[in-house]
Structures are given as structure tokens and as C-alpha cells.
Design a binder for this molecule. Structure first.
Ligand SMILES: NC(=O)C[C@H](N)C(=O)O
Length: 483
């Protein structure tokens, strides 16, 4: 049962091959048995999951049959879940029980999904390895000594280890696509504003976007269908009509023009990953796609631009954690200032503090023009690069990451080295366009991801190309040994 995709689980539930309760019981047992190896869950909501499963079975027995009814999922621990701890993998929120559901959670609940619990992540989504979590690093099921990527580290590890068929994630600078690439999954980051951010803990508000990690494009399409759309509680959510994503999957690729940004294929890229990307290009050509070279000339500035703006936004967003209103409060404060200082100092991890300091510096008088304002101008140039490229092509393709998953601890003392790993993923967030990573190879036993990027609100295109690719390849069906 744990090897099935979400779409196949849906069919099996409809055909009464097993019940949602049986499936949930099976996955909860796997979590107990195997999660100690990968550390993907922060909280397992066993009783609530079994109740949701029973309720879904009851509805199916009464004739209801919507696609996600009784399908198990788990959620990145930054989505507010009513009555359940929502920690953001921080000591700051270790004791925080959310009083309401995020819109994403609400919509998935309404669709009948069963939630198995909350997943590990980098603290407040700041990281590319999962190692900044207060609850310890998640491990990559393909090699337990390597990182699964981040910040949706637990989402990636849990789905790759077949503990849950799919999971929610969030992506501000690559947090869905990079861990999907590192663990052999398909991960979609929709257009900024496609899915409501309401109830998703804010890190860098002009970048944050919810999305999914699953085994294939079809499963991502089902989840996106259930969650995309305008939400009056998120003023940045888009009014744009929602496409029929599952219907788009079956469209052939004839006539699709795909751009290869020349800046994505330089000596930063591990040549073996470059080879895997070129093999994928050949396969897509056989399916009818044509390829041309395009240019994203501002790419060399993307990482610096992203980290200045994201840290600036983080420094203001995280000001709300003051020891008074949310979460951790230090023991016996002397006065109000001591309460603020010690609560924040004792409860935030090193990377979170680093970003708060970088962001505060970039926003302060005298430095604002040199850093924040300049970064905003470069952000516009990066957006313009994509606009120009999309005048020539329908999609852009390249590697998701420059390197394979690294050894746990290898970049722990070198934050800039970790930031540079985000080179291919941050541009989509800077521009706000959608991106998807799909598995396209295995090197030395480690998965490789290929990234597709599309113009605003063209998630259907991304899913179509990935689905057609997956009809002719089997990288997405591989399972790491031991799981
Ligand atoms: N949150 C993300 O999308 C991950 C990115 N590496 C960051 O630390 O900001």
C-alpha cells in the first residue's frame, strides 16, 4: 500500500481494495518503525488521523467519491493546524498550539484528506539542508548520512521513505524544489499568490508560496487543484481563474518550445548533473518539444539579491516573536527589555539569528539604499530577464541544483556555501513564477532533479510536461533501499 501514488490510492479506495482506516493504520505503523531513521515527523497525530480515516470511509460507504477522500498526507510544520502544535521547527514555537487552520489545511480537510501529522523542516524555513531544525536534522532516505535538502526536509524525507504518499511544503527560495530533487520526488512551487498564504507562518512574505512534494506530476496536479484559488484572507492571493490541472496532463508535447538558459550550464554545475539534464532534454525532444538557448543575464546576482530581501523580510516578520504573545518566554525576566532579549536569544537558533541580523542591517539607515533598495532593483532585472525569455519560449528547463545532496554537517559552518546551492531555484521566487522539479536520474545512488519554470499561472504547462516525461521514464518510481 505504501508504494502507491496518491492517484492510485484514490482509485484503490474507490474500488474498495482497502479502506482509508487500513491504509492509515499501515502508514502509522511504518512511521513508528522507520521514522527514527529519517526523523521526518515532529508530531504524529495518530488518534485524529484514525478518526479522519474512519469518517472518510463512512462517506465513501454513503456513495461519496471525491478524488482525495481518505487519502493520507502530512504537513510541513509551518502550516497552522487547529489544536495541533505548529512549531516551525523552532524552540520558540515548541509549545505553540495553533488556534485555527491555514487555508491550505482547511481546503485539504474539506477534500477529505487524512493528516498523519506535522513534518520536520529548517527552523522557520531558513535553510537548504534541514539541519537548522530544533528537533534535529532529517536524513535523506537514499543515504542516511546525507541531507534531504531543505527547508521542506521532513516533507521530502517522509514521502521518499514511503511514510506518507505526499506532503505539503513551502518554497521561498527553493524549499520544495531542492528537497524534491535531493530525494527523487516531484515538487511544485506554484506562482506567487496561486495558493493562499493565510495560516502559513511568514518567513519572507514576498516570496513564500505553498506547494507539494509527491511521487509524480499527477499527484501534484490533484493537490494543486484542491488548494489553488483566491482567498479573501490573503490580500496577495490571486484572483486569476484556476485551470483544470489533471485534464492538462494528457496533452501531447508537440509544438512546445523550451528554453535552456545558458547561465544555468556553466562550471558551477556538477557535470554529471549536466549530463542527466541533457538526457532528459533528448527524451523531451522525442516527445515533440523543441529547445532553444535563452539568456537570464542577471542570474549571477540572484543569490545575493534573494538573501538580502528574504533576510530583510524575515527580520520584520520575526519581530512578532517577543516572548509576550507567542511561544517561548524566558524564566524570571528582570524587566520588559530583558524579557524580549532573553526570550529571543534563548529560543531562536543560530541561522535565524544570523538572518535577523543581516536583515536588520540591510534595512537600517545608511545601508538601506546600498543593500535593500539595490536588491529590489536587481529583483526587477531578474523578473525582466524571465519576461524576455518567455517571449521566445513556453517553458524554461535546467538543473534544480548545482550539486548532489551533501553529507550532513558538510556546510553547517559555512552558511554562504549553503546559500550558493540555491542558485537555480531563487530566480523563480524573485520573479514570482511557478517552478517544478522532477526526478531525472540517479548518480552514485543519489537522485537528480530537473527543473521546469513557466510564465505566471502556467502550472498546467509544468505539470503537463512533467507528466508526459514521467509516462516515458521511471526515475520517479524508484524507491530508496530499506524503504
Ligand atoms: N526557504 C527556502 O525556500 C529555502 C532557502 N534556502 C532559504 O533558506 O531561504
Amino acid at each position: 500500500m505504501h508504494q502507491l501514488t496518491l492517484a492510485n490510492i484514490s482509485k484503490a479506495l474507490a474500488a474498495k481494495q482497502f479502506s482509508a482506516h487500513e491504509l492509515t493504520t499501515h502508514l502509522l505503523a511504518r512511521i513508528k518503525q522507520l521514522d527514527p531513521q529519517v526523523n521526518s515527523f515532529i508530531t504524529v497525530t495518530e488518534d485524529a488521523a484514525l478518526q479522519q480515516a474512519q469518517a472518510a470511509d463512512q462517506l465513501r460507504s454513503e456513495g461519496q467519491s471525491s478524488a482525495l477522500l481518505g487519502v493520507p498526507l502530512a504537513h510541513k510544520d509551518l502550516f497552522c493546524t487547529q489544536g495541533v502544535r505548529t512549531s516551525c521547527a523552532s524552540k520558540m514555537l515548541d509549545n505553540f498550539i495553533a488556534p485555527y487552520n491555514a487555508t491550505v489545511i482547511e481546503k485539504l480537510n474539506q477534500a477529505g484528506c487524512v493528516s498523519l501529522g506535522k513534518l520536520n523542516m529548517d527552523e522557520f524555513a531558513m535553510g537548504s539542508s534541514g539541519e537548522t531544525s530544533f528537533y534535529g536534522a532529517s536524513k535523506n532516505p537514499w543515504d542516511l548520512e546525507r541531507v534531504p535538502g531543505g527547508s521542506s526536509s521532513g516533507s521530502a524525507a517522509a514521502v521518499a521513505a514511503r511514510l506518507v504518499p505526499a506532503a505539503t511544503g513551502s518554497d521561498s527560495g527553493g524549499s520544495i524544489r531542492q528537497p524534491a530533487a535531493f530525494t527523487g520526488l516531484t515538487g511544485i512551487k506554484p506562482t506567487y499568490g496561486r495558493i493562499s498564504r493565510w495560516g502559513m507562518t511568514a518567513y519572507a512574505s514576498s516570496f513564500d508560496q505553498a506547494g507539494f512534494l509527491a511521487h509524480n506530476a499527477e499527484d501534484c496536479a490533484l493537490l494543486l487543484q484542491a488548494t489553488a484559488g483566491f482567498d479573501e484572507r490573503d490580500s496577495t492571493s490571486a484572483q486569476q481563474p484556476v485551470d483544470d490541472y489533471p485534464a492538462a496532463l494528457t496533452q501531447p508535447l508537440q509544438g512546445i518550445r523550451i528554453g535552456l538558459p545558458k547561465e544555468y550550464f556553466d562550471d558551477r554545475l556538477d557535470a554529471r548533473i549536466g549530463d542527466a539534464v541533457h538526457t532528459a532534454i533528448e527524451q523531451l525532444k522525442q516527445l515533440g518539444a523543441t529547445f532553444v538557448e535563452v539568456s537570464l543575464p542577471s542570474l549571477p546576482h540572484a543569490v545575493a539579491t534573494y538573501y538580502v530581501i528574504a533576510s530583510a523580510e524575515a527580520s520584520t516578520n520575526l519581530a512578532r516573536f517577543d516572548g509576550v504573545r507567542f511561544g517561548y518566554r524566558c524564566e524570571a525576566p528582570k524587566d520588559l527589555e530583558d524579557l524580549y532579549l532573553r526570550s529571543r536569544n534563548e529560543a531562536f537558533g543560530e541561522e535565524v539569528k544570523r538572518r535577523i541580523m543581516m536583515g536588520t542591517y540591510a534595512l537600517s539607515t545608511g545601508y538601506y539604499d546600498a543593500y535593500y533598495l539595490k536588491a529590489q532593483k536587481i529583483r526587477r532585472l531578474i523578473k525582466n530577464d524571465f519576461t524576455n525569455a518567455f517571449e521566445q519560449v513556453d517553458l524554461i528547463l535546467g538543473p534544480t541544483t548545482p550539486n548532489l545532496p551533501w553529507q550532513l554537517g558538510a556546510k553547517a559552518n559555512d552558511p554562504v556555501a549553503a546559500y550558493l546551492e540555491d542558485i537555480y531555484t531563487v530566480p523563480a521566487n524573485l520573479a514570482g513564477i511557478p517552478g517544478l522539479s522532477m526526478p531525472a536520474g540517479v548518480i552514485d545512488g543519489l537522485p537528480v532533479g530537473v527543473q521546469l519554470q513557466a510564465p505566471y499561472f502556467q502550472e498546467a504547462r509544468l505539470l503537463q510536461v512533467a507528466h508526459q516525461f514521467q509516462q516515458h521514464t521511471d526515475w520517479h518510481t524508484r524507491t530508496p533501499a530499506g524503504f
